[in-house]
Design a protein around this ligand. Structure first.
Ligand SMILES: [Zn+2]
Length: 459
């Protein structure tokens, strides 16, 4: 037992071996890191005591059969049908590496902050939970946590085992391929089942002190570099200017097959690795956890409470159609750019009658568009919507968002005397042409192809 742990053992006067039998009281929780047993009691207590805010599910079992608990936190009295749009989805996991206890504890602290804050009636937290779901898998590698080891029971580095740029050249990256381990497969399955629309994913570790964004596998900046640099600048300006925030490849070291790169490169989430400290293996902390991790918790609150902005958000005040020409100023209120937005016109049966060429709108910017639209898309009954990818990264999800009919302004085509005169002239010439062609057809029945062509030409 190391010195700090021994110290705690004496200070708290507790029998370490009987601790797992019950949830940790606050004084213990502040100093003694969770085991699988104490965590299991705690997450079940939350679900039992606060069902209005907490749902507890297991994402599956570890190689040794321990549950990968996920605490789902939101105001469950409100679902997306009560809201004008779906809730913002946030995903967090801790404890890929069983010996990195402070990473696990930060995931725990975030869950505790929102659950106990909501239960205590904190107005800001209650407001956040009305429109946000926070899903936290606090301890992904419970087997490794019990053994106080980096690896899982098969001696695999789980954070090299994801199916994104996986390579056997990384140390202990998997038995023959990516997702060889139950823990990583379960995590990816959970993301695919519950978190497809997530606008934030943070995975928590220790080893150094950094908030790292993609990529790990290459030194290139991620496609959504504007989003990540905006977040870094804002944290430095408003929370703390000393926390290193940069891409993982340069900020930590090159890595392949990580959950962070999988989350961004396969799922399309904005992702971060939060390396909370350089401490590993210790079982407790002399300084209370909530004080030691106060800055990290502030950063997490900022990331979670602004997550709805970590994507493109298109809107327009007016769609104007005049003489079959549509013009609009389209704003992007989000902090991510979109590269392939279109305007879509649908009839009252929901059938698409026209779709514009694609256009891009930069983050927190706007774009003027001008399109020729066909006559069948100019009626007042047409419903308009945006279709676009919410981020630049290739795998980012598409959304279809309707545009309020209040924004539609159709300027009727004015028919002056010249136009009416022209119309009459047109009818006369068309009739003459049809008569002429009919005569031509009658006289040239053997040459029907050229006749058809002639008709096409004339019309
Ligand atoms: Zn780690």
């Amino acid at each position: 037992m190391n010195r700090v742990a021994l110290c705690l053992f004496v200070i708290l006067g507790l029998n370490f071996f009987t601790l797992p039998a019950q949830a940790q009281p606050d004084i213990v929780e502040e100093h003694w890191y969770h085991s699988y047993a104490t965590l299991t009691v705690q997450v079940n207590d939350w679900a039992d005591n606060y069902p209005e805010f907490v749902q507890l599910v297991s994402a599956g079992q570890t190689e040794l059969g321990r549950q990968q608990w996920v605490v789902q936190i939101s105001d469950w009295s409100i679902n997306s049908s009560n809201l004008s749009q779906a809730k913002t989805m946030v995903y967090i996991d801790g404890g890929h590496h069983g010996n990195e206890h402070l990473g696990t504890e930060l995931a725990f602290l975030v869950a505790e902050y929102y659950i106990e804050g909501a239960a205590a009636g904190d107005a800001t937290i209650l407001e956040v939970l009305k429109t946000t779901e926070i899903h936290v898998m606090i301890m992904l590698n419970a087997d490794g946590n019990d053994f106080d080891t980096r690896w899982n029971v098969n001696q695999i580095d789980l954070n090299r085992n994801y199916d994104h740029m996986w390579t056997e050249e990384e140390t202990r990256s998997g038995r023959g391929g990516p997702f060889s381990e139950a823990e990583t497969r379960n995590n990816a399955d959970y993301m695919n089942e519950y978190m497809k629309d997530a606008d934030l994913y943070v995975t928590m570790h220790t080893g150094t002190w950094i908030l790292a964004y993609p990529w790990g596998w290459t030194g290139d900046m991620p496609s959504d570099w504007e989003l990540f640099t905006h977040i870094a600048d804002t944290i430095h300006e408003t929370i703390d200017d000393s926390l290193p925030i940069r891409n993982a490849n340069a900020g930590i070291y090159p890595t392949h097959g990580t959950s962070r790169d999988y989350g961004y490169g396969v799922m399309g989430f904005p992702t971060f690795t939060f390396e909370t400290d350089d401490e590993q293996w210790l079982l407790g902390t002399v300084e209370p956890l909530s004080e030691r991790m106060a800055l990290e918790l502030d950063v997490m609150k900022y990331l979670i409470e602004n997550a709805k902005l970590w994507r493109a958000h298109l809107s327009t005040e007016q769609l104007q159609i005049e003489n079959n020409v549509l013009t609009s100023q389209i704003a992007n209120k989000g902090h991510a750019s979109t590269m392939n937005a279109t305007l879509v016109a649908s009839n009252s049966n929901g059938e698409i009658v026209w779709e514009s060429a694609s256009f891009s709108v930069n983050a927190t910017n706007s774009t003027s568009v001008r399109f020729n639209v066909p006559a069948n898309a100019t009626s007042k009954d047409i419903r308009w919507s945006f279709e676009y990818q919410v981020r630049v990264v290739e795998v980012s999800r598409y959304v279809t968002e309707s545009i309020s009919s209040d924004t539609l302004k159709i300027i009727e085509q004015k028919e002056d005397n010249f136009l009416i005169g022209y119309g009459v002239f047109n009818v006369v010439t068309t009739t003459l042409t049809i008569v002429a062609v009919a005569v031509f057809v009658r006289d040239n029945v053997d040459d029907i192809d050229s006749t058809t062509q002639e008709m096409t030409c004339e019309n």
